[in-house]
Every structure is written in structure tokens, then in C-alpha cells.
Design a protein. Structure first.
Length: 417
């Protein structure tokens, strides 16, 4: 444990869903003796209103009961309006309410070396520190040595390559892609990419990438803060008119960048390719990935059936040292997995399905194939046995899955600093 004079301090930029729950998570972990949270604007009428917001949550309940049970007492004490601080279960938390541009946040003054940016506003690692609208590199200019982003990178200029000091990682998949000597900006990907990666990797490890012919996924996803409670006129230039419709009473088609981010953490998927779609539903958290995979059938006679697919996931879950992958044969609904600790993905084995059929390939349409090979076959066709497998994976897109794994990433980077 650190002495007080050496106490590590974590900076959190943003106090939305992921920001607040990261505060909760880090208070529970007790690795950092101090937290500095940048809100960047006044909130409520006083610091007591911020404490009220931090203390309770409509999805997860009260902080003290979550940490210590139903007989626990409130944990927020010593509210100091002038200093902008209060204690949460003995952890001193300082709130900054002035600057929103990362380059202007007083990280250096508060001894913050590691920042997690949860705003979702600064996602382009290629922008310079003095970009007029702010940038991730602004945190570095303001005194931070490392920045973790709680979202996938989005480089606006498609001609610009990923900077050499930026990397995307998912815990349990490619955490060692992070090089502490080289990387200063780290994306923790998204909740959906995290779940998807943990669903895909056991299949690749067991069958090999050559057997996975194609894949597609759809996430049935809980609402997020980017959506509207009631219908609203879209802002100028907005092209997605559905996000301005009420999430309370609509199923809303939208997009996900999970497929692009998956290729960053599992490079083999760049060759295979995957289609990813998203549907938002009126729940606060608890989401589901429906993964469809086309696998070339074994010639050994060990057919790919439901039982074999489930055995792959069961074994992977049993051997996962961190417990990121769970396997269950219960019949769950989304509420059952809310807050489930450590779970990146919970495989619903009861609902795994497979179907095998022969796929006929007309060799005359295959470019670059030697004409002699084609002419040697009677009907110019080959038939390939392909099994289509459908796998369901639950994930708590807020606390249980994403924030917990973000917390593991934060601690692992802090320990290397």
C-alpha cells in the first residue's frame, strides 16, 4: 500500500454514466487514495447536490448499500464547498468545475498522472493538444502522463493513421498490446466490442481462423445518454433522425463501431470480416449480442453441433483466470445480469443453435482459379459443408461488464507507471 505522500491520484474527466460508476468502482477498489473529477461546469446549487448525485443511482441503487449491504450507512462525509471536496468511504474526491477543454484542466496542480476520459467527446488521438475544440492530447499538456478513453477511437480524417503512441485494448483479449514505454493514449474500446471479443476469441482459439468463414452480430442494447426521453427536433446537420425519438417507447435502429474495433484487438478478424448492427431498447442497462458464425465443418467426423460449441465456451470460462467469460445454462432475462461482477460476456448456452448444410460454389466464378482445375470437375462445382452457429451473449453495458473491466485496465496501467 502507498504511503500518503506517495498516494496515487486518478483523474476522471466527466461525471456521466461511466464517469460516476468509475468513481464508485475505484472507491471500492481502494487503489487510489485520491480522486480528482473534472465536471467542467457548475452543477446544481452547491457541492451537496453533486454529493446527492454521486451517492445514488436509478439502476444500481445507493452506493453504500451496493458496497456494504442493506444495513450500511451513507459514505459521503466532510463536504467542503470552498475546497470543492468531500470524502467517499474515506477516499478524498476533488471536483473541478471550471474548464471543459482538457488542456486547461488543472491535473498538474493536483498531482494527477493518469486520467480516464469518460466524456465521449474527445475520441481522436491524432488531434494536437491545442486543438480549438479540445483533444485527448490536451490532458497530456495539462500534466497527465497517460490517458485512458472509455470509448473506441474515432479518427475524423480517414487519411490519418493511428498515432504510434495510441493503442486499443480489451482486458482478457489483448492487454499486453499496451506498451508502457510507448503508449500514452489507450482506448478501452466499448462495452459491445468487449463482449463481442470475448465471444469470438474462444471460437478462434478452438477452431482456428481458417474455419471461421464469416460472422455477423446484432446487439440488443440498452438506452444511452445520447438518446432523447421525448421526441426532439434534430440539431443542424444531424443525419440520424432516430436518435431524436423517444427511447422510452421505441425500438430504435442505430449503428455500432464494434466490428471496426474488434479488428484492432483481434487482428485475425480483419481478414474474416464481420457485420455489426445495433438496436436500442427502452431499458437502462443489460444488453445482448446475437452472434451468427459460419464455420467450415470438420472432415474428421467431429461435427460442429450445439454441444460442441457450448463445450468450447464452458471450457474457456472455466479456464479464464480473471473470470471475464461466464457460461450459463440458466434461462436468463436482462435484469438477471445487471451488476454481474467481472463478466465481459455471459454465454446463454440454453439458446445456442447450429445448422449444417452444403454450400455449392461455382468455380467458374472464382477469380484467378486455374481453368484446368475447373474443367476437371464434372459440374464445375465443389460442395463445402458449412455449419451456421448462433450464440447469445449477455453483458451489463454499464457497471457489471464495462466499468469493471475499465477499472482493471486503469489499475494495470497505474501499476506500470
Amino acid at each position: 500500500m502507498f504511503e500518503d505522500s506517495q498516494a496515487p491520484t486518478l483523474g476522471i474527466n466527466g461525471l456521466g454514466r461511466i464517469g460516476k460508476l468509475t468513481l464508485w468502482d475505484q472507491v471500492a477498489r481502494r487503489h487510489f487514495k485520491k480522486l480528482v473529477v473534472n465536471i467542467g461546469r457548475p452543477a446544481g446549487t452547491s457541492l451537496k447536490d453533486i454529493a446527492h448525485y454521486v451517492e445514488r443511482d436509478s439502476t444500481y441503487g445507493m452506493l453504500h448499500t451496493r458496497l456494504y449491504g442493506s444495513t450500511a450507512v451513507p459514505l459521503i462525509k466532510n463536504i467542503d464547498e470552498n475546497a470543492g471536496t468531500f470524502d467517499v468511504d474515506g477516499i478524498r474526491v476533488t471536483f473541478l468545475r471550471t474548464h471543459r477543454n482538457p488542456a486547461e484542466i488543472a491535473w498538474r496542480d493536483h498531482g494527477v498522472r493518469l486520467v480516464v476520459d469518460t466524456t465521449g467527446q474527445f475520441l481522436d488521438p491524432s488531434l494536437p493538444e491545442d486543438h480549438p475544440k479540445g483533444s485527448l492530447r490536451g490532458h497530456l499538456a495539462a500534466g497527465a502522463e497517460k490517458v485512458i478513453v472509455s470509448a473506441p477511437f474515432k479518427i475524423k480524417d480517414k487519411r490519418t493513421a493511428m498515432p504510434e503512441d495510441a493503442v486499443t485494448t480489451v482486458m482478457g483479449i489483448n492487454p499486453h498490446a499496451y506498451d508502457p514505454r510507448r503508449h500514452r493514449i489507450i482506448s478501452n474500446a466499448s462495452c459491445t466490442t468487449t463482449c463481442l471479443a470475448h465471444m469470438i476469441k474462444p471460437i478462434l482459439d478452438h477452431f482456428g481462423p481458417k474455419k471461421l468463414l464469416s460472422a455477423s452480430m446484432a446487439t440488443v442494447h440498452a438506452a444511452t445518454g445520447s438518446q432523447e426521453v421525448l421526441d426532439r427536433l434534430p440539431k443542424a446537420g444531424k443525419t440520424d433522425l432516430r436518435k431524436n425519438r423517444s427511447i422510452m417507447n421505441n425500438i430504435i435502429l442505430t449503428t455500432t463501431g464494434a466490428a471496426d474495433a474488434l479488428g484492432l484487438v483481434i487482428p485475425e478478424m480483419q481478414r474474416i470480416g464481420i457485420i455489426a448492427e445495433s438496436v436500442r431498447i427502452p431499458t437502462t442497462t443489460g444488453s445482448l449480442i446475437i452472434l451468427v458464425m459460419n464455420l467450415q465443418e470438420d472432415l474428421s467426423g467431429n461435427a460442429i453441433r450445439k454441444e460442441r460449441i457450448n463445450a468450447v465456451y464452458r471450457q474457456a470460462a472455466d479456464s479464464d483466470p480473471k473470470g471475464y467469460l461466464h457460461y450459463t445454462e440458466n434461462q436468463n432475462v436482462s435484469c438477471d445480469i445487471i451488476g454481474c461482477p467481472t463478466a465481459a460476456a455471459i454465454i446463454e448456452g440454453h439458446e445456442t443453435h447450429t445448422r449444417t448444410a452444403e454450400v455449392a460454389i461455382d468455380l467458374e466464378t472464382v477469380p484467378g482459379l486455374d481453368a484446368k482445375i475447373v474443367s476437371s470437375l464434372p459440374d464445375h462445382q465443389i460442395r463445402v459443408p458449412v455449419t451456421q452457429a448462433v450464440v447469445y451473449g449477455w453483458y451489463d453495458n454499464e457497471m457489471g461488464s464495462y466499468v469493471h473491466m475499465l477499472g482493471d485496465r486503469i489499475i494495470s496501467i497505474a501499476e506500470d507507471m
